[in-house]
Write a new protein. Structure first.
Length: 114
């Protein structure tokens, strides 16, 4: 599967961004889809998961600010990010979670300036 993420950019503190990720095949083929991020010099951090069965889970660091959605018909997942802070500056990756491995997109950079 190929994952194409988009929507990153430069914003100021408190603003919002919406990231999108389109998959080259049906996202229903995967038990779950997810979003991760990696800050400069940091490790990849899990942010949110949308299970095929319908459950959503969020990391504490983004709960209440970030919302993940999915459109199975369009093979699309999104991440709505509100109230952004400089600590949200990172490369954001979407992920297709298969049973034996994860598939990653190329990432999209989000920069939050104070």
């Amino acid at each position: 599967v190929q994952l194409q993420a988009s929507g990153g950019g430069w914003v100021q503190v408190g603003e919002s961004l919406r990231l999108s990720c389109v998959a080259s095949e049906s996202i229903l083929d995967f038990p779950a889809m997810g979003w991760y991020r990696q800050a400069p010099g940091g490790q990849r951090e899990w942010l949110a998961t949308s299970a095929r069965a319908g459950a959503w889970n969020y990391a504490d660091s983004v709960k209440g600010r970030f919302t993940m959605t999915r459109d199975n018909a369009k093979n699309l997942v999104t991440l709505q990010m509100n109230s952004l802070t400089p600590e949200d500056t990172a490369v954001y990756y979407c992920c297709a979670m298969a049973r034996t491995r994860n598939y990653w997109g190329q990432g999209t950079l989000v920069t939050v300036s104070s």
